[in-house]
Design a protein. Structure first.
Lengths: 546, 333
């Protein structure tokens, strides 16, 4: 694990994304396949399923370090990270740093550590787990001890985004980033075989469940007239649902959410309806709650996502529909490079005998931009978020490429941000984490952009408070840094340039519109997007025209 | 510690005071007589009439107080009568000229440690372990997570970091306290290289004072004001107050490092925004604090600044009577 821990050190001790990518490239090139696979897995944010709780580890630490419990508590409060506290305190207990045993233990490869040591402990009786883990604490050098604890607590954060890992892998594997992204999508098991498969330039669809990376739209900041002639663009409603990919291959159906979760089980009626689709078809679309010919609020859909077991009552109370708007694969052929008009024609033909559950997302027909803008004003009444504008000539790309797909939302003053810090409230709200700091992406890192105090119901606050307490990364006095995984949609009244804020922007009256459990952190907005809105605003474009 | 009359050191509005001696130790307000443990800003302040310092630190104290200010240098171990007390200064190992203050009066011995460390330091005399009745100890890093790696190892890390930055065409900006830490790093580095290092003006004058005291350090260069110097590959020593200021722009793209005991904790480093933290401290770590307090064989330990509460409780639980003493000394490093 020495090589991985050196990589960790390198990643942890620079803020330069180029240096981080270079360090990962060096590591991936020089490390055995199984280690490379595990490193890619961990660095891209996957975690080992936790099987030992922090409470238990904390108790073992008190038993092992020979310090009184209150002093361990003081130390933990000063450090703010359990894995690190253990490594720091056990360094005082562990055998001499020059002990050759220490170095031998640390020499085992990353994959050997995870596959032969950590994973087999799962399901072992507690005394065995305790003996093994205390043994590592006593023998591992500081950095390796820290990392093993991080694997155990499942919260290794090294300041690299999945995007950066993808950049490094693209360089190592001589592939495009899009190709790497596609190959890393979905669920995969890190192993030497996986790494070798990753390297081999095989076409997609070996795995019938493998999805394509989603193509994303950028927020439209200018007037649509700047996009050119209206007839070059296809307009659709922007649905307030779950962006999903519906895959029908070899008699099987898979539904992937935008957060790369396989959600097929949540939507049995869609899976059933997909059986009538031809084989070798992949659709891009939106899962929405649907009743009596109209979309229902997103909150309805959350009832379907939030549950472990779907009762018949829930299935009946919240019927869903898949609204298809793109065709990514037909007859097992990747159709993404075809122009949208061609894909749309094929899609319409394919769904001509549409079922009640899988339907076509209709185009919004308006002869010119003005007519479209006036239709757009009906968005709220229709329960949609605005309009999507897609160039009819556009291929289906990967990630977010500006210029061909736009989301023309009704409320431009809203964005998706990740919860970074939580602060306890005051007065009535004391002892509850009610004040939040949110961040957006900038150059692969999340930067704080807004503090928000309101917008959640009391129930939601309590639920979030519990989540915060169990997902704290570090404590700074009364404030906590939390795992950057929870996405919220925030609204705000105005935007201005600010020297006082690290992000360079200040938002007026930011508040929470809602929690977005369907999105993962990578789906949050970027600082660049906010700056663009700022620029448009500064140039005198009234908000209503955005 | 039954009554005040037995106290050789108490806390007053002006600072630590010795009633039978009629002097203050590191007072934070102007007083008649000030015995100084070392020349850091929170221990040596302007405005007192008389300053008593350990001889190796006299130059530095004068350079901080101004040339007009008289200071009375005293050799380590020399016994001086102050009021009704006999006072002597003993090496504290913190920085050049740092001293523990030993006070003897009516059969009682009190020792005020000032700031101290137990690690070897090529720039100053090593800590002298004294025995006493009451020991007044610092407690800056009094949590068991603070445990220093050997300085030689850390200096190798600094060297490796400098070299790898150089390979990438970057300057290395290393932030160290201007007095003590900077000179220690320059002296430790001189065991491994002879390359010159750029130093910030605040560091520069103190390096000169150390050189006058005969301390061997790497050759140093002042930072030219010509805005033309190419700093790629260079090592620059600057005080932490320079970090993030426009002054840093002249170095172009650079990596930043900070030398401090606080760097032992990862969150601390990340909060302060340095790329690298180097765990090198001029204070005692947890094991050294416990070891030193125990070895004084004192019947009572008084603890000042830092995590004094934790160490107080720990010592009491281990049979060493202890309490906290509230002072205005800082926990900066």
């Amino acid at each position: 694990m020495r090589a991985f821990s050196e990589l960790y050190e390198e990643l942890d001790t620079t803020t330069s994304t180029n240096l981080k990518v270079a360090a990962m490239v060096r590591y991936f090139r020089s490390t055995p396949p199984a280690d490379a696979a595990w490193a890619a897995y961990i660095l891209s944010g996957h975690r080992l399923k936790r099987f030992i709780g922090p409470v238990l580890m904390y108790r073992w630490l008190i038993e092992a370090c020979g310090l009184p419990e209150w002093l361990v508590t003081e130390s933990y409060a000063g450090v703010g990270d359990l894995a690190e506290t253990i490594a720091l305190l056990m360094e005082g207990v562990s055998s001499d740093a020059t002990d050759p045993l220490q170095h031998r233990v640390a020499e085992h490869s990353l994959s050997a550590w995870i596959e032969d040591r950590l994973l087999p402990l799962r399901g072992e009786p507690e005394p065995q787990q305790r003996a093994a883990i205390l043994g590592w604490w006593r023998t591992l050098p500081y950095r390796e001890c820290f990392l093993v604890n991080k694997f155990l607590t499942g919260e290794l954060r090294v300041g690299v985004s999945e995007l950066l890992v993808t950049r490094a892998l693209a360089e190592v594997l001589s592939m495009t980033r899009a190709e790497v992204t596609r190959r890393l999508m979905g669920e995969w098991q890190p192993s030497a075989q996986f790494w070798e498969r990753l390297q081999r330039a095989e076409p997609a669809a070996q795995d019938p469940a493998a999805p394509y990376p989603f193509f994303l739209a950028s927020p439209l900041e200018e007037s649509p007239a700047t996009l050119g002639p209206r007839e070059h663009w296809l307009a659709e409603w922007k649905w307030d649902g779950i962006r999903s990919q519906l895959i029908r291959r070899r008699g099987l159906t898979f539904i992937w959410s935008r957060g790369e979760d396989l959600v097929s089980e949540r939507f049995p009626e869609v899976v059933a309806a997909a059986a009538t689709l031809p084989e070798g078809v992949v659709l891009d679309g939106e899962l929405v709650a649907w009743r009596e010919g109209a979309i229902r609020p997103f909150a309805d859909l959350q009832q379907r996502i939030g549950r472990k077991k779907l009762s018949a009552a829930i299935l009946q109370a919240v019927p869903v529909r898949f609204l298809a708007y793109d065709l990514l694969e037909q007859d097992y052929q990747d159709t993404r490079s075809l122009p949208l008009c061609e894909r749309r024609a094929r899609l319409e033909k394919l769904l001509s005998s549409a079922s009640a559950v899988i339907g076509l997302s209709p185009t919004v027909d308006a002869k010119d931009w003005d007519a479209l803008a006036s239709l757009r004003t009906q968005s709220r009444a229709r329960g949609v978020e605005g309009l999507m504008l897609k160039s009819l000539q556009s291929p289906y790309g990967t990630g977010r490429q500006r210029g061909v797909w736009w989301k023309w939302k009704i409320d431009p003053y809203s964005f998706d941000a990740v919860l970074l810090y939580a602060h306890p409230g005051h007065g009535r709200r004391s002892n509850l984490y009610t004040d939040y700091t949110f961040g957006v992406w900038n150059d692969g890192a999340l930067v704080p952009v807004a503090k928000a105090y309101s917008g959640l119901s009391n129930e939601e606050i309590s639920e979030l408070d519990r989540w915060i307490r169990s997902h704290t990364l570090e404590k700074f006095g009364p404030s906590r840094a939390v795992e950057p995984t929870q996405v919220f949609e925030l609204a705000y009244e105005g935007i201005a340039a600010s020297k006082r804020h690290k992000s360079g922007i200040a938002l007026r009256f930011p508040r929470i519109l809602r929690r977005r459990p369907d999105k993962d952190a990578s789906a949050a907005d970027t600082l660049a997007a906010l700056r663009a809105i700022l620029a448009a605003h500064t140039n005198g474009v009234p908000p209503s025209a955005l | 510690m039954s009554s005040d009359s037995e106290h050789l050191v108490t806390v007053t509005a002006n600072g630590l005071y010795c009633p039978p001696g009629g002097f203050y130790i590191d007072p934070w307000k102007p007083v008649q007589t000030a015995v100084i443990t070392h020349a850091h800003g929170d221990h040596l302040r302007h405005g007192s009439a008389h300053y008593i310092v350990a001889r190796p630190g006299a130059h530095i104290a004068k350079s901080r107080l101004g040339a007009d200010q008289e200071v009375a240098p005293v050799d380590y171990g020399a016994r001086v009568t102050l009021g009704a007390t006999t006072v002597s200064l003993h090496p504290a190992g913190h920085i050049l000229g740092s001293a523990q203050v030993r006070i003897e009066y009516a059969g009682q011995v009190w020792v005020v440690s000032g700031d101290y460390k137990r690690q070897e330091d090529p720039t100053c005399a090593g800590f002298e372990q004294l025995e006493c009745d009451v020991f007044v100890s610092e407690a800056t890093f009094a949590l068991p997570v603070y445990r220093w790696p050997p300085a030689a190892q850390v200096v190798q890390e600094i060297l490796g970091w400098w070299r790898s930055n150089r390979e990438r065409g970057l300057a290395s900006a290393l932030f160290c306290y201007a007095l003590g830490k900077s000179q220690r790093v320059l002296a430790e580095l001189s065991a491994f290289t002879g390359e010159p290092v750029y130093v910030h003006g605040a560091v520069d004058s103190l390096v000169a004072a150390y050189r006058r005291a005969g301390i061997r350090m790497l050759p140093t260069l002042s930072i030219p004001n010509d805005r033309k110097t190419d700093f790629r590959g260079a090592l620059i020593l600057a005080p932490p107050s320079a970090a993030g200021t426009p002054w840093m722009r002249r170095f172009g793209e650079h990596a930043s490092g900070f030398c401090s005991g606080w760097m032992r904790v990862r969150g601390d480093r990340r909060r302060r925004g340095y790329d690298r933290g180097f765990v090198i401290s001029d204070h005692a770590d947890w094991p050294a604090l416990v070891r030193t307090c125990t070895a004084t064989k004192a019947r009572h330990i008084l603890l000042t600044h830092g995590h004094s509460d934790s160490l107080t409780r720990y010592l009491n639980e281990n049979g060493l009577s202890s309490s906290a003493l509230k002072t205005d000394f800082g926990a900066q490093e």
